[in-house]
Design a protein around this ligand. Structure first.
Ligand code: PMV
Length: 359
């Protein structure tokens, strides 16, 4: 599957009047960051992420045959209609219509909820678009029973990308590469793929504790941020750097080289924010408490030799990453000191996980 045409359904569908499917999908955290895109939600550079386990969206899709000739849906978030989510879903369904033309023939009722607290500042678009895409593939599979598991996975990722780029990395287990890269056979700008080698055991149960520094709405959306990479003075060098960092990170993930893993992961996080600070208009999403946490993580690592590090997404929150065998010491640092920098002392303990699951 290398071309968008590979995702057009072929043959005639089964007769299907009504039904219900459900899938959960987790959030993911990028180690090499995607920042900058071209039309069709194609990434300007390859990225790689850990799929998480506990921060999930759970979505159920009810469908009723109703030949309307257009997409038609109701949307419920935690049991109540949610109008503010509608425009994004409307755009998404219209965008994927060429790849799932049968959506014109069904009215959809989408019921969705998150396992992580609402307004935690954690982007739910990745898990949300991934869970909905998995549900849509489950519907496609009922209509076209020759949809096999590999096609289901890849097309679910392909569809999710059209909803929110990074969502295409939330469908399967760890780690997921999105974007063409010379060292990852089969990698594609169209969907995420898993690694061609066995992950070193130290990363298999890696921990991610998310420190909720600021739970408010972001002042600049990631869509606006991606767009500011057009004409950005450092863009081309940055895109090249992402390729280089991904090559190095792949080696660290295979060999278990934690020093290399830490250096690349932290550099990527700061580079992402450096791109924001050097765009025009420029902006800063980190808060003073973000910097205080980074500073303390560095001094703690220096003092103890414990291989704990951070990454950041497009916001003020800090993802604290560490091997499972140092969990106790790192949680002591978090509960004893770092919670003071979190809004209402809140943080979420997560770890690497497996991706989508039927409900
Ligand atoms: O998928 P989007 O458009 O929300 O962009 C996400 C961008 C980052 O989270 C900052 C980086 C990444 O690779 O996930």
């Amino acid at each position: 599957m290398t071309h968008t045409d590979d995702f057009l359904p072929s043959g005639s569908p089964n007769v299907l009047e009504t039904g219900k499917v459900g899938y959960s999908a987790p959030s993911n955290i990028a180690l090499v960051k995607y920042w900058g895109k071209t039309s069709g939600q194609l990434p300007a550079n390859p990225s790689i992420s850990f799929t998480l386990q506990h921060c999930q969206t759970r979505t159920w899709l009810e469908f009723h045959k109703q030949a309307l000739g257009t997409v038609s849906f109701d949307l419920f978030f935690e049991g109540k209609p949610k109008d503010s989510f509608r425009p994004k879903i409307q755009t998404f369904l219209e965008r994927i219509l060429p790849y799932q033309p049968f959506l014109n023939d069904y009215h959809l009722a989408i019921h969705t909820e998150n396992t992580f607290p609402h307004s935690s500042g954690i982007a739910s678009s990745a898990s949300g678009m991934a869970a909905l895409s998995a549900c849509l593939m489950a519907l496609e599979q009922q209509l076209y029973p020759d949809v096999n598991e590999a096609y289901f996975r890849t097309k679910a990722s392909f569809l999710a990308r059209l909803g929110s780029g990074s969502a295409c990395r939330s469908l399967y287990g760890n780690p997921v590469v999105w974007g063409r890269h010379a060292d990852v056979p089969g990698s594609s700008d169209l969907f995420g793929v898993t690694l061609p080698f066995e992950l070193h055991p130290v990363f298999k149960n890696y921990q991610d504790t998310i420190l909720l520094v600021d739970k408010g709405e972001k002042t600049v959306s990631s869509t606006a941020g991606h767009n500011l990479m057009h004409g950005h003075p450092y863009a081309e060098r940055r895109f090249q750097q992402a390729h280089e960092n991904l090559s190095e990170l792949l080696k660290a993930l295979e060999t278990g080289d934690l020093d290399k893993f830490i250096a690349i992961t932290e550099s990527e996080a700061l580079t992402l924010h450096a791109m924001m600070m050097t765009s025009m208009p420029y902006f800063i999403l980190m808060k003073p408490n973000t910097l205080a946490i980074l500073d303390r993580i560095w001094s703690f690592r220096r003092e103890t030799g414990i291989p704990v590090c951070f990454t950041l997404d497009a916001g003020a929150n800090v993802h604290v990453l560490y091997p499972e065998n140092v969990r106790k010491a790192v949680l002591q640092l978090i509960t004893g000191e770092l919670v003071a920098y979190c809004e209402k002392g809140q943080y979420i303990c997560d770890e690497v996980g497996d991706g989508m699951k039927p409900l």
